[in-house]
Design a binder for this molecule. Structure first.
Ligand SMILES: Nc1nc2c(ncn2[C@@H]2O[C@H](COP(=O)(O)OP(=O)(O)OP(=O)(O)O)[C@@H](O)[C@H]2O)c(=O)[nH]1
Ligand SMILES: [Mg+2]
Length: 247
């Protein structure tokens, strides 16, 4: 099976080459049939040119560069992941972050679990064996409440859906419509996959806080987008169905 590694980048000039090398060396060493699809989004530093020059020397790297849309404001990691996933060619897709937060050792286990029959498998910091590493405790609190709320409202059977790091079958992505433009893409995809009957699994992973570069994380925007997502999904999947059943 072919694996597509999709990596979002925004102003990651200090990380992008290290990350692309890390993933390509890992994939070569483990003998995977793979492609890497970095998606750079309106970077104002040297990220774009660095990715271009790396891809010219590496025939498994197929970079995408999002066009500037004057209407767009704020974070568009979600839109980037959607666009890159649509254009990728793998049977199994892995979303992994460009600031080198994710442990490469987890890739193989995610792939194996999907090959055993799971549809979407998360790199999980909050299940036994996983670790949030040096992630700020305040941030860790907010990243875990999202999953807790999803467990309560939708019975999502895993422990870390706010981390975008995961692998999934192409068929899952093809059968779900995703609408979040920013970081809320991570819980949106997980909850919709679960509510659509796909089998979710998880692998413990160790998270590493970014060492270089500037964070795109904005706490209040994240809370607002998560709450609006959860309310919408709760209405769409629970209340509307109850109303329909009673009518
Ligand atoms: N394509 C794209 N990538 C983005 C965007 N915002 C962030 N990213 C990338 O998505 C990944 C996650 O963003 P981060 O800034 O690390 O967000 P975070 O992990 O919540 O915060 P940190 O504490 O800084 O790690 C990184 O690889 C970013 O470069 C965006 O608008 N578009
Ligand atoms: Mg990060």
């Amino acid at each position: 099976m072919k694996i597509s590694f999709i990596i979002p980048f925004h102003n990651e000039e200090k990380n992008c080459i290290l990350m692309l090398k890390r993933v390509s060396e890992y994939a070569d060493k483990t003998g995977l049939n793979y492609e890497i699809v970095p998606i750079d989004d309106r970077s104002a530093d040297k990220t774009t040119e660095l990715i271009k020059s790396f891809s010219e020397k590496n025939n498994c790297v197929f970079p995408l560069f999002r066009k500037i849309d004057s209407e767009e404001k704020g974070n568009t990691m979600g839109k980037s992941l959607i666009e890159a996933t649509k254009k990728s060619k793998g049977d199994i897709i892995i979303w992994t972050m460009g600031d080198m937060a994710d442990d490469t050792k987890t890739y193989r286990e995610i792939i194996e679990k999907i090959e055993k029959g799971y549809d979407m498998v998360f790199g999980s910091r909050y299940m036994p064996g996983g670790s949030r590493g040096n992630l700020d405790p305040f941030k860790a609190f907010f990243s875990s409440w999202g999953t807790m709320l999803a467990r309560v409202l939708f019975s999502v059977p895993v422990h870390d859906i706010t981390n975008a790091f995961r692998g999934f079958r192409r068929s899952v992505f093809d059968s779900i419509t995703l609408t979040s433009s920013g970081f809320a893409i991570s819980p949106e995809f997980a909850i919709k996959a679960h509510l659509s009957g796909f089998k979710l699994g998880e692998i413990p992973t160790v998270y590493t806080n970014r060492v270089e570069g500037v964070s795109s994380f904005k706490l209040f925007k994240m809370i607002r987008s998560y709450l609006s997502l959860f309310l919408n999904l709760f209405y769409q999947y629970k209340i509307r169905r109850i109303k329909y059943a009673l009518s």
